[in-house]
Design a protein. Structure first.
Length: 409
């Protein structure tokens, strides 16, 4: 008989993550609008984005070894309490007209660092709250909730225009406070499992742990191939982010609204796909074949859908959404259930760091190429590279990846 998924701990962390994601999505998008309005400068907006992204390169891989020694649970709720304090301080400064971009820039760097470390801690702790045999179902919930944050952007725009930024930051502080209080109620499963090994910790131990993490990833050829391929995914995803919105704005009247309309179909696809994965299970012995088909299909659809009529773009976007959540569900449920708890922090830290490097590289290279090559052609080149990479990296390592993917999790 399959174990129950909705335990007290799993329900608590799910509700807490819903609350924090909602608040963070609204406040994060509103902060972008605020920087553009307050500074009236694309340069300062670029600085804001850079400062938020910069910690995502170093913080995950630096924090990974620590997450394998110290309490991930305590890290999660401590960071949420810190976020609550930071957002209420920002709200007070703006409300009292004491705002300066220098302080805002420093706060952005801190927020980016907190979010980067939190991501490693959360992704390494979350699997410990999933009961045996329910990984696929649990990550279908996680993927759907992440997708739903897309709908927060229109709400954030309306709330920002109606109330300004300070009340939204204050509300986000409350959301983080609620999430942190919820997270303190989660059982200390790490101590119960004997996973905490912080005694007599030193710099020497830290670097020894980091070397052990590198050796583990290199020795696990299947995990290494998956990590490398998802770095490619992030690379082409960065290109897509740079190219798609400007192409819509330059092609259609009120192109940003056309872009949102097309993007909504991707969100619908991801949401429906998440529901399907929650209600049904893919046959374990076919997961590798399904994953490879999905990786190649997403790349080919995204390579050519901008060359099609608008209705076909919407269908293509829907396909990208439903295939994308399938890719996410197979990969994350397989890898998080496969990697031992004692090394999850280091694995997730390296994974997130490499993904960020891939994204930034893709954004930079696509921005340069699009100055010389038509944007649709640039996107097509990146996506065809993704399709070939799937066949070479994933298909070429079937004997190492299939045993990880083809499990009943």
């Amino acid at each position: 008989m399959q174990s129950k998924l909705w335990t007290k701990d799993f329900t608590t962390i799910t509700l807490g993550s819903v609350v924090s994601m909602m608040g963070n999505s609204i406040a994060g998008f509103a902060m972008s609008l605020f920087v553009l309005d307050y500074m009236e400068s694309t340069f300062y907006y670029a600085v804001y984005i850079f400062l938020y992204t910069l910690p995502q390169i170093a913080a995950p891989v630096i924090s990974g070894p620590l997450m394998d020694r110290f309490s991930r649970r305590r890290t999660i709720y401590t960071l949420d309490f810190c976020s609550a304090a930071l957002y209420i301080a920002l709200a007070f400064l703006i409300f009292s007209d004491s705002f300066s971009f220098a302080f805002f820039a420093a706060a952005t760097l801190i927020i980016g660092t907190i979010n980067s470390v939190y991501m490693v801690a959360f992704e390494s702790f979350y699997p410990m709250l999933i009961t045996e045999g329910n990984y696929s179902k649990a990550y279908s919930i996680s993927g759907t909730l992440q997708t739903m944050t897309f709908f927060m952007m229109p709400l954030a725009t309306l709330a920002y225009n109606a109330f300004g930024i300070a009340p939204l930051l204050g509300a986000n502080s409350v959301f983080f406070l609620i999430a942190a209080i919820c997270e303190t109620k989660i059982s200390d499963v790490e101590a119960s499992a004997g996973n905490l090994r912080a005694e007599h910790y030193s710099t020497k131990t830290y670097f020894s742990d980091m070397r052990e993490g590198v050796r583990y990833l290199l020795s696990e050829k299947g995990l290494f191939a998956v990590t490398l391929y998802f770095m490619v995914i992030s690379f082409v995803g960065g290109a897509s982010q740079v190219i798609t919105l400007p192409w819509f704005k330059g092609t259609f009247e009120n192109g940003e609204y056309t872009f949102m309309l097309v993007s909504i179909f991707s969100v619908i696809g991801r949401s429906l796909g998440g529901i399907v994965h929650y209600l049904t299970k893919l046959p374990a012995e076919k997961k590798f074949k399904i994953a490879l088909f999905v990786y190649v299909s997403i790349a080919l659809v995204e390579a050519f859908y901008l060359y099609t009529p608008l209705i076909t773009m919407m269908i293509g976007s829907f396909m990208i959404g439903i295939l994308g959540v399938t890719s996410y569900n197979i990969r994350v449920s397989a890898t998080q259930s496969y990697v031992p708890d004692s090394i999850k922090g280091r694995f997730n830290g390296a994974f997130f760091m490499l993904n960020t490097v891939g994204t930034l590289s893709g954004e930079l290279l696509s921005g340069i190429l699009s100055e010389f090559i038509p944007m649709r052609a640039t996107l097509m080149i990146f996506m065809l590279f993704s399709a070939v990479s799937a066949l070479v990296i994933i298909g070429g390592n079937k004997k190492h990846i299939a045993p990880i993917y083809n499990r009943n999790v």
